[in-house]
Design a protein around this ligand. Structure first.
Ligand code: ADP
Ligand code: MG
Length: 568
């Protein structure tokens, strides 16, 4: 076969191909139009969709609008009011900046734009076909802009063929609008699909209000707030938003929303980081609900890596991920309620509740009760030890019922805090061994030791390579006194594999030492030892969970007890 001739594509074809990169499906049109409304400073945005967005999309706003003589410019490729040069791009805080959306949409649909840039001045109405102005007339309208898009992809049959069912396209659209509702709680959004009101946010400025619209009031009420303005000075982002307590989960990952400087981004890495923060709290294949905004200097994030700006690249990935992991983990440790014992088989489910307190009950999920109604600093109430059950659980009484404490998990928490703070203050308690212990290592453990010897020393080990595949341990952190050194050393090394940074490495190290040093399940404890343990637990940073995120205690409230015994 002879080679085919090379030809330059016609400008029309080029324009349609380029448009396809920006406008993938009806939801992308909604996205671009809503972003323009937000960039125009609108406080009210209404979105109306019919026929899965293919027949009709209309976005109206009360933003700045455009001057009558500039409206047509908006449809020229690479015409934008938002940046003027590449240097501006570095600091761009607007959602748009490429001047591609309107011309692209006008290539693949019939577009009308009614806009007015001045109060009490007439606006202009433009009709576009195939990217060209076919009608232009003055028309009275309030300040703001309304863009109407009809017959999307009629002239791009290939695209039309690849659209999914109406349900899927509508879901994509309402998901898209939901993301903006969460990113801009001060804006009043409405979304109607085929005449049905799907979303309506109050525009109160409160993210919790917006969450209530998107996920329902019960979920919104249960969400835990994050306000970590740690990043203001340095490279780390300031993280704000909400994450669900472990009792409120979903079966899919689609309720994790991330915003960078209020731009919605889809990032598998950020999702992974947050899932990791929930490690130990969630059952397999259960996912949290999250809405987090990272605000950071625009210079530290590149939003210009994807035609639809869906993905971003961070200049300081480890810092960003470490910060997000840390703040989520912290709020869970501090605020996740102590799980309450599940109702007995006989008890009819009854709403839990006290005066002035709304019960956090989610259908089909574990019943949870906030432990301390008053915003107290104490993380757990003062507990009085009653005894030990199964050689594993400490039974204690508090002001509000009974508590069962997992002695191993509780001790792990105590030791974890101690080990970590001692190593940070360079004041580790060390136990020298009478005889050095030789530990045989796998090749992988040998490498891990070579890479982390300094940290091992910082935590109180005196450990040296000793010939082939063996190391010699002369001293250990005193939490390991009387424990099986060989196991502790090998498993601690194993736990360091794949650590992401120094902080993560230290956490892993402390977790492993705490786990090896802690009392085992099945070990009987004296009354005195239990009192001591509970007292120490009360003084830790996060007494409700062990360092792996499992609960240290479960609670059987007085209310429950009374109810179970028919005393209410
Ligand atoms: P970009 O958003 O990247 O600048 P667009 O093609 O989306 O490019 O829009 C082009 C220009 O049209 C914008 O820069 C803005 O000046 C103007 N514009 C578009 N939509 C609106 C709107 N809803 N309100 C005011 N101006 C708008
Ligand atoms: Mg735009």
């Amino acid at each position: 076969m002879p080679p085919r001739a090379i030809r330059v594509l016609s400008p029309e074809t080029v324009a349609k191909i380029a448009a396809g990169e920006v406008v993938e499906r009806p939801a992308s049109v909604v996205k671009e139009l809503v972003e323009n409304s937000l960039d125009a400073g609108a406080s009210q945005i209404s979105v109306e969709v019919r026929g899965s967005g293919v027949s009709y999309i209309r976005v109206s706003d009360n933003g700045t609008g455009l001057a009558a003589d500039e409206a047509e410019m908006a449809f020229q490729r690479h015409a934008t009011s938002k940046i003027t040069n590449l240097a501006d791009l570095e600091g761009a805080t607007t959602l748009g900046f490429r001047g591609e959306a309107l011309p692209s949409i006008a290539q693949v649909a019939q577009v009308e734009m009614l806009t007015c840039g001045e109060v009490d001045a007439p606006g202009v109405n433009l009709a576009m076909r195939e990217g060209r102005t076919v009608k232009r007339e003055a028309r009275a309208c309030p300040q703001g802009t309304t863009v109407t898009v009809r017959d999307l992809f009629r002239n791009v049959p290939a695209r039309l063929k690849f659209l999914k069912s109406a349900t899927t396209e509508n879901n994509q659209i309402s998901n898209m609008v939901s993301q903006y509702c969460l990113a801009f709680p001060e804006v009043r959004f409405t979304l109607s699909i085929d005449g049905r009101n799907v979303l309506r946010t109050p525009g109160s400025g409160s993210l919790r209000d917006a969450l209530a619209e998107v996920y329902g009031p019960e979920v919104a009420q249960a969400m835990l707030e994050i306000r970590a303005n740690v990043g203001e000075a340095g490279l780390a982002p300031a993280v704000t938003g909400f994450v669900s307590p472990p009792s409120v989960t979903r079966a899919a990952r689609n309720c994790l929303s991330f915003f960078v400087n209020r731009r919605w981004v889809q990032s598998r890495l950020l999702t992974g980081v947050v899932e990791k923060a929930y490690e130990g709290w969630l059952a397999v294949r259960r996912y949290p609900i999250v809405a987090l905004n990272l605000s950071m200097s625009p210079a530290l994030v590149d939003v210009n890596v994807h035609p639809a700006k869906r993905e971003v690249r961070f200049a300081q990935e480890p810092v960003v991920f470490g910060t997000v992991h840390g703040v989520v983990r912290r709020v869970l440790m501090e605020k996740a309620p102590i799980p309450e014992m599940s109702p007995s088989a006989f008890a009819a489910p009854v709403e839990v509740g006290r005066a002035g307190e709304t019960p956090l009950v989610t259908a089909g999920q574990r019943r949870v009760l906030p432990l301390m109604p008053e915003p107290a600093r104490r993380e757990i109430p003062v507990l009085r030890v009653l005894g030990q059950a199964a050689g594993t659980y400490v039974i204690a009484e508090g002001p509000d019922g009974l508590y069962l404490i997992d002695q191993h998990a509780a001790h792990e928490r105590v030791l974890f805090d101690r080990v970590l703070s001692q190593s940070r203050e360079r004041a580790v308690e060390v136990q020298s061994l009478l005889e050095p212990v030789a530990v045989e290592l796998t090749p992988k453990q040998e490498t891990l030791l070579a890479d982390h010897r300094e940290m091992m020393v910082q935590f109180g080990f005196s450990i040296d390579p000793f010939g082939d595949k063996t190391c010699l341990v002369r001293a250990v952190p005193s939490v390991l006194t009387g424990k099986r050194i060989t196991n502790a050393v090998k498993e601690t090394l194993d736990s360091l594999e794949g650590e992401s940074d120094v902080l993560d490495g230290e956490d892993r190290m402390a977790r492993s030492l705490a786990c090896h040093g802690a009392v085992r399940a099945g070990q009987s404890l004296s009354q005195e030892e239990m009192r001591e343990l509970v007292g120490q637990l009360e003084r830790t940073t996060s007494p409700r969970t062990c360092p792996h995120g499992r609960p240290t205690m479960v609670h059987l409230s007085s209310i429950r007890l009374n109810r179970e015994f028919g005393r209410t």
